[in-house]
Design a protein around this ligand. Structure first.
Ligand code: FAD
Length: 447
């Protein structure tokens, strides 16, 4: 690292990606050496010396599942794809899924990210996950619990796997006829091939997890499950679209983004009329826009802030643009205009202007009443957020609210995990929540 006395030399035959060199890196061991320096690699790395958990590589520290990333990259570096998969499976039952859609906080956290493009950790996981699945090991523990999991999304699946591999009995209920939650219907198959999801589901089933699908449970059903099982985990996600409240929202040709994706994946794809306008800037908006583009129609995405503020993943945005998506920034919808036969004909928007950053650093974009515009539209897809049914679950279960503790514990033997607990988040965070709840249940049952 621009050492004053020596230049580091990596012997690739010996390097095991163990991370030990980090401890001896002058930039990290003695950040004071970088004092006054700018523009050098040491100056770029030095501020990281005081961040994060010093016992873990930053990538592993940033991963909600604590994946041993050094470990599996070391296997891959030696050409051992099977070994890499086995390392991944120690902490993660959905390697094929995460190899496709993880938001990879590990890559952003990588020490090298400040000076070069970090390793493509997610893509390497995707490659490792193509190795044959090993036979599941015999249960590692003797947890005697019998647990019902409500919701077969990533939170429920990870919880059930963690329970089963520790000897507990896990039964997963889901309202849909197939397991996977958002992975099975919200994330389009061109981003997450269903064969990859199935490979992970088969692996979870091989651990002895039981699925009871096509059963939409009510709070009364859950109260009954609490009598029959040692514990229940609620992992029902945040599957409702947030309505915009705009005049004209119920016109023919107007879709809520989540409903549009659900129908496109599970029923007949909705027939869109060009031009299509999608409103929003998150995952749902981008995925809905890309599904719409596949019908061969012109699609424009209208977002009220700038590109830098978009919550959608940058790589997805770039892919959508390459597929022909047009983007219009700084416009806020105010109404949907009806045309012939009561179908939508246009979206009325106001231009927005950025104000001063708020305390959290976020810039508010205020609509300008003098800047009204009309975007012609044959179909409109509104993707303005998701919400859970937390309030309905809380009142149905006789609870004040649905805020569990850090392990997701709501009451003795009753836990929650995933988007239902955190609000809309990510696959890997939902899985981590499920595993945490499973471990807390095993602890509770043991004591
Ligand atoms: C369009 C879209 C794209 C996304 N893209 C990404 C991405 O690229 N990367 C990423 O990391 N995250 C992404 N996410 C977020 C991610 O999918 C979610 O954070 C994650 O699926 C949450 O997992 P979960 O298990 O909490 O809930 P869900 O996946 O929503 O699963 C909940 C399950 O509970 C079931 N359920 C609900 N109510 C009941 C009931 N009463 N009885 C029985 N079963 C019930 C549902 O049928 C569902 O199967 C995306 C989300 C969306 C909507």
């Amino acid at each position: 690292m621009e050492g004053r006395t020596h230049v580091p030399l990596v012997n690739e035959a010996l390097c095991g990606v163990c991370g030990i060199c980090r401890g001896a890196c002058p930039a990290l061991a003695s950040p004071d050496l970088a004092e006054g320096e700018t523009g050098t690699m040491r100056a770029a790395l030095a501020p990281q010396a005081t961040q994060g958990n010093e016992d873990l590589a930053p990538c592993q520290d940033a991963c909600p599942l604590g994946q041993d990333i050094n470990g599996y990259l070391a296997c891959l570096a030696k050409g051992d794809q099977q070994g890499a998969l086995e390392v991944i499976l120690r902490d993660n039952p959905l390697p094929s899924v995460l190899g496709q859609v993880c938001h990879h906080p590990c890559q952003q956290a990588c020490f090298s990210a400040t000076v070069q493009a970090p390793p493509s950790i997610r893509d390497l996981k995707r490659f490792a996950a193509q190795a044959p699945r090993p036979e599941p090991a015999a249960p590692q523990g003797t947890a005697k619990a019998k647990v019902a999991v409500v919701g077969a999304g990533p939170a429920g699946l990870a919880a059930a796997w963690e329970l089963a591999r520790n000897g507990a009995q896990a039964v997963v209920y889901d309202a849909q006829p197939m397991a996977g939650g958002m992975l099975a219907w919200a994330i389009p198959d061109f981003r997450l091939p269903r064969i990859d999801l199935q490979r992970d589901l088969d692996y979870i089933l091989a651990h002895g997890v039981e699925f009871k699908l096509g059963q939409a449970l009510t709070p009364e059903d859950v109260a009954g499950l609490r009598d029959d099982y040692d514990a229940v985990i609620l992992a029902c996600g945040a599957p409702q679209a947030k309505r915009s409240g705009l005049p004209g929202e119920d016109l023919k040709g107007v879709w809520q983004g989540l409903d549009f994706l659900r129908e496109a994946a599970l029923d007949c794809p909705p027939q869109l009329t060009a031009p299509v306008v999608v409103v929003g800037g998150g995952n749902v908006a981008l995925d809905a826009a890309r599904v719409a583009l596949r019908q061969g129609v012109a699609v424009t995405l209208a977002y009220r802030r700038d590109r830098e503020q978009m919550p959608a993943y940058a790589e997805e945005l770039e892919a959508a643009e390459a597929e022909g998506l047009k983007l219009v920034y700084r416009v806020q919808p105010v109404a949907l205009e009806a045309g012939e036969g009561g179908a939508v004909a246009a979206l009325k928007v106001l231009g927005t202007t950025p104000g001063q950053p708020a305390a959290d650093g976020r810039v508010a974009f205020a609509p300008d009443p003098g800047d009204e515009r009309r975007m012609e539209a044959g179909s409109v897809i509104l993707a303005l957020g998701q919400q859970s049914e937390a309030d309905a679950w809380a009142s149905g279960l006789g609870l004040d609210n649905l805020q569990g503790d850090a392990q997701g514990r709501l009451a003795p033997g009753l836990y929650l995990a995933g988007d239902l607990q955190t609000g809309p988040a990510t696959v890997v965070e939902a899985m981590a929540g499920g595993i945490k709840a499973a471990r807390a249940i095993m602890e509770e049952v043991r004591s």
